[in-house]
Design a protein around this ligand. Structure first.
Ligand code: RAM
Length: 913
């Protein structure tokens, strides 16, 4: 059934006012949700000494737009608003309410800064001042550090891991110190070559998971700041740090040569205290620290898991009441200037969600706990054990049809934990310095006299600590499951960096996967800082010749590059700019874009690319059986060359750089022309290359063909899709382009068809086979044939989740028309089999919502437009007439749709079918 809507009459249009907005007021309400730079709220240990300021206007009847703002910034709260000593912007006549650059006095390491803002509305009524917000800078320069790297020589212990890699036993490091007086304020600046957990006087300092996270360590290591004022005591104190390999010193990647001899983990720690009498004291990591590897965490590796022996627990080792006389002195190493120490520029990983066990399956002496959701993190184990017994904890994303654990797809990652009990009783343990991708947990070695219960195992879902920022839902259960799978794919692969997969011996920052999924993630979560931070790592990993490595951080070190993967460095900054409206992301990445385009050029002959590698990765039904699919590499490489040149041109224009704009626009045009001549006949069919859906998609999506050929190419794409029985034949690169191209060419019915297909290859196919996350392959598993025989078969791989962008933009209908949603496009495409769909998104200006439903012959669209924006609402059929109001103006009501310009507020549009 193809449902066709007819909008004969607009029944009513209502502007709803909120309860607050209807009250009488003398002044307008203050701005709220103040943030600095990429969305930080009152950050501590902040990285940015040239921040920008953003705020939201309240949802209120008398606040539609901003006409001016005034920001004041001071070194103390008392100076605000009248005596701002750092910056007083004065009244600025502008509607800019986001990303306003700080233009005050230079800011320094450790500085605490207070700020507030007021604004004037469209009628030039002034608001009251906002609440005072603040940020405190971390240590910005290596020269701020007086501490030394410290650690034990764990390499000397000569322990070998599963791949003959050097294993560094986790270290326990401690230092007792005495303070001369009472403390007014204390900051702990800390980081590691490895990962750490820190406690002072027996109290955990934070609930961060595996800080400081993962950067190109040879270039930059991030540092963390904690406010530890409340745990410091007068007189004697003790600080204790657990330190493990993490990404720094575990085996990572596949290059044995790189990890057989990893550098020993070390910690760097500087406790700065301001005493009540105003004096300062400082405690630093140095050779006076003591350490041991005889603690309970025996081993901990990212791929292989963690081993814990409770018999070696050291009661009170982070308190004053402990003797470390048998511990060794640590080695100390000065910090060097070649590795930059910079405050972490996005949020640390935390345990974000707890998943309860849903079912217990007992078989052959083992017990399997099923969470019914594929997830990433660790289990919290509350298991009865007998003294001296060892609990073995295994993981799997899926069970084989015979009920056995499917772990072949972990490849060499052992992903197993062990816990040895020191007494009879229920343990309470979760591993600390490793993580796993799993739905099932298998336990053996527990107290078998006790019947297992579901509360033995809880899944602790861990990912970078961002807020989820958008919702999508519809009348279709499988589409909702797809949205859930997309979100779980994101939660599972945003573990400090964007990873391809979270479970096997990989978990690397694959650039191609990031390129395709990034835009969708921006709808689902507040991940601007996450991406901006990783893009810094991409810049740091760019080779001299402009090439971008396959993975960032680059743990493969083989200099290999791939078209469609390296292009992450143009595509993601530009997409982020569209979603946020912050030009800084373009400024920061423009040089990287240019260097990458130069590399494209260098890798081409007569502008036809010779760049290698993954092509349309994992395309279904490849003719040659290859993972690289059938689309020719030179078609792909040349298309991305043109696209990256085009994005670089558009970026130059936004940055006001006309010379670069002309250069890169010309280059884009020349590459397109070559592409068209080399690969396309005048009728728009492919020549000199295999005909595939993806070849046509690239040509159409990146606008590489002159008009006549473009039309022909479109017809050929439709023919190829029809030949495939209206199914996709696309891999990693082609799939995200399907929705864009079919939408732009007016083939939305066909896109709906592809999206709602139930048979292979399609999104719902994996759902029909039981997927609770997005899979690496369209057929990673099937009920009929079992698991895909290849062991490269992740069941948590976000790439095909890229369809989420279109679900928000076109099914629910929310898209930015002007960068940052300053102008919003609400243009849903209601089609069968859906009878309703809705999405909400927290944009930089506030909440936008679009929700439609068809009920008893009436189409209803509810829309919320945030203050300081406008929306173009495009209704899918012509409305007979609509009377203009202050809030709604008809822009056009032509052949088959009606366009309205809508002011901030909440509206309902109804029409009879
Ligand atoms: C696989 C990764 C990733 C992909 C590369 C080409 O090993 O998992 O998804 O980008 O190969």
């Amino acid at each position: 059934m193809n449902l066709k809507l007819s909008f004969y009459t607009l029944i009513f249009v209502v502007a709803l006012c909120t309860s607050i907005s209807c009250k009488e007021k003398t002044t307008i309400e203050k701005a709220n949700d103040l943030t600095v730079s990429e969305g930080f709220k009152n950050p501590l240990g902040f990285y940015d000494s040239s921040p920008s300021f953003s705020w939201k206007l309240p949802v209120a009847e008398d606040v539609k737009h901003q006409s001016a703002y005034h920001i004041v910034v001071a070194s103390s709260e008392d100076l605000l608003p009248d005596n701002a000593d750092l910056w007083d912007s004065g009244k600025q006549m502008t509607d800019q309410s986001i990303w306003v650059k700080y233009e005050g006095k230079p800011l320094e390491s450790r500085q605490k800064v207070y700020w507030q803002v007021k604004y004037w509305n469209q009628d030039e009524d002034a608001s009251v001042w906002s609440a005072i917000n603040h940020f405190e800078l971390g240590l910005l320069n290596n020269s701020d550090w007086k501490a030394q790297w410290v650690g034990l020589d764990t390499k000397a212990e000569g322990i070998l891991g599963s791949q003959e890699n050097i294993i560094h036993r986790p270290q326990y490091l401690r230092k007792g110190f005495e303070l001369s007086g009472d403390v007014a304020s204390a900051r702990l600046y800390i980081t590691a070559k490895g990962v750490f957990d820190v406690a002072i006087n027996g109290q955990d300092v934070s609930d961060d998971v595996m800080p400081p996270g993962y950067t190109p360590y040879k270039e930059r290591i991030e540092t963390i700041t904690y406010d530890v004022t409340s745990v410091i005591e007068s007189g004697q104190n003790t600080i204790g740090v657990e330190l493990a390999s993490g990404w720094h010193s575990s085996r990572l990647g596949w290059k044995k040569a790189l990890w057989v001899d990893t550098e020993t983990p070390k910690v760097l720690c500087q406790l700065e205290l301001t005493m009540k009498d105003g004096t300062k004291e400082i405690i630093v990591s140095d050779d006076s620290w003591k350490g041991t590897t005889n603690g309970p965490i025996r081993l901990s590796e990212i791929y292989d898991g963690e081993t814990y022996d409770a018999n070696l627990e050291m009661e009170g080792w982070t308190t004053n009441n402990f003797s470390d006389k048998d511990w060794s002195s640590v080695n100390s190493f000065p910090i060097t200037n070649n590795i930059r120490l910079e405050p972490k520029r996005h949020t640390t990983v935390k345990s974000k969600i707890e998943l309860a066990t849903q079912e217990i399956i007992q078989k052959d002496g083992t017990v399997i706990f099923d969470l019914k959701q594929n997830m990433v993190g660790v289990p919290l184990l509350k298991v009865p054990m007998k003294k001296g017994e060892t609990l073995k904890v295994r993981f799997a994303e899926m069970l084989s049809p015979d009920g056995t654990f499917y772990t072949k797809n972990y490849r060499s990652a052992l992903s197993t934990n062990y816990y040895t009990a020191s007494k009879d009783g229920v343990i309470d343990w979760m591993p600390k310095f490793t993580f796993h991708g799993f739905r099932y947990i298998e336990l053996s070695g527990f107290d078998t006299t006790i019947e297992p219960t579901k509360d033995w195992v809880t899944g602790m879902v861990q990912y970078s600590d961002f807020d989820e920022n958008g919702t999508f839902t519809s009348s279709h259960e499988k589409l909702n499951q797809l949205q859930s799978n997309i979100v779980w794919g994101m939660r599972g692969n945003f573990f400090d960096i964007p990873t391809d997969c979270p479970q096997r011996d990989e978990r690397m920052g694959w650039t191609g996967d990031a390129q395709v999924f990034g835009p969708t993630s921006m709808f689902n979560a507040d991940v601007y800082k996450f991406w901006a931070s990783w893009l810094q790592s991409v810049r740091e990993s760019q080779f001299e010749n402009g090439a971008i490595p396959w993975v960032v951080p680059d743990v493969l070190f083989d200099g290999k590059v791939s078209a469609g993967w390296g292009d992450v460095c143009t595509i993601i900054p530009y997409k982020i700019y569209q979603r946020t409206g912050d030009v800084k992301i373009l400024e920061d990445n423009f040089e990287m874009m240019k260097a990458w385009v130069a590399y494209h050029q260098e890798s081409s002959e007569n502008l036809i690319s010779k760049m290698g590698f993954f092509a349309d990765w994992l395309q279904p039904y490849p003719e040659n059986g290859d993972n690289k699919g059938d689309t020719k590499l030179n078609v792909i490489g040349t298309a991305f060359f043109a696209q990256s040149a085009h994005i670089t041109a558009k970026t130059a224009k936004i940055l006001g750089n006309n010379d670069d704009y002309n250069t890169y626009y010309k280059l884009y045009k020349s590459v397109s022309e070559q592409f068209s001549n080399q690969f396309f006949n005048t009728d728009g069919t492919i020549k000199n290359a295999t005909e595939t859906q993806t070849s046509y998609l690239l040509a159409l999506a990146f606008k590489l063909l002159p008009e006549e050929k473009h039309e022909g190419a479109k017809q050929n794409l439709l023919k190829k899709i029809a030949e495939a029985d209206n199914h996709l034949r696309t891999g990693f690169l082609g799939t995200p382009l399907l929705s864009q191209v079919l939408d732009e060419t007016g083939e939305i019915d066909l896109m709906y068809k592809l999206l709602f297909n139930e048979t292979y290859p399609s999104w719902f196919y994996s759902i029909n086979q039981g997927a609770s996350t997005i899979w690496e392959r369209w057929n990673s598993y099937s009920k009929a044939e079992g698991f895909n025989p290849q062991n490269m078969n992740s069941l948590n791989h976000y790439a095909y989740g890229a369809i989420g962008e279109w679900m928000y933009e076109r099914i629910a209908g929310i898209a930015p028309l002007e960068a940052g949603y300053k102008v919003i496009r609400i243009a849903p495409e209601p089609k069968s089999p859906l009878t309703s769909a809705s999405a909400e998104l927290n944009t930089p200006y506030g909440k936008v919502a679009s929700s439609w439903e068809i009920n008893e012959g009436t189409f209803t669209l509810n829309v919320t437009i945030p203050p300081n924006t406008t929306a173009k609402v495009i209704l899918p059929e012509t409305l007979e007439s609509i009377e203009d109001t202050n809030d709604i103006k008809t822009i056009s009501s032509e052949t088959d749709d009606t366009e309205l310009l809508v002011q901030p507020g909440t509206y309902t549009f109804k029409s009879k079918l």
